[in-house]
Design a protein. Sequence first.
Lengths: 115, 112
Amino acid sequence: DSGVTQTPKHLITATGQRVTLRCSPRSGDLSVYWYQQSLDQGLQFLIQYYNGEERAKGNILERFSAQQFPDLHSELNLSSLELGDSALYFCASSVGGGGATGELFFGEGSRLTVL
Amino acid sequence: DAKTTQPPSMDCAEGRAANLPCNHSTISGNEYVYWYRQIHSQGPQYIIHGLKNNETNEMASLIITEDRKSSTLILPHATLRDTAVYYCIVRANTGTASKLTFGTGTRLQVTL
């Protein structure tokens, strides 16, 4: 158990819909990262937040958005869903933000299926 | 961050040492070598990391060559539960965002 909690574990929805994935980082961790893993793309970095502020952005689509709340939990919002958005979405947390040598702790992921 | 090259797959007999190589010939002086693994669609799990010196923890050993252009992750006594995809990642820790960039990794199959 990494200490990172993601909900829901599984989600099935239709094209065009909007979903929200939630992540609770490990106690004391200030950074939250979101990754997408689809069969043909591997693990792709989406976005990082550190203590409520966006720190780095990767290959995140404009239809996707994220935020980190004062209690440090984070939400990833996916809208106008397409079939290609079907994937595992992982959240990770770490103690520090930029410049840290600490490890990232990953949750068990949220599996999104778009029909 | 520097690019890494790993073999796509390897086999190892249970109880034997698994030696997973990684080439990172363009590594910079401030970049660390990290190893993570992912067991069948679970979240990636940190294994070990190092800068210059060899490192060892309860899971594995990391051997980094003197020129730092390659490294080897050693699982001393592989078990069936070590079957996973192993990712070698090179990452700088210089004040920029500390994300990890995953490549395609090495799929390690441990067999009886």
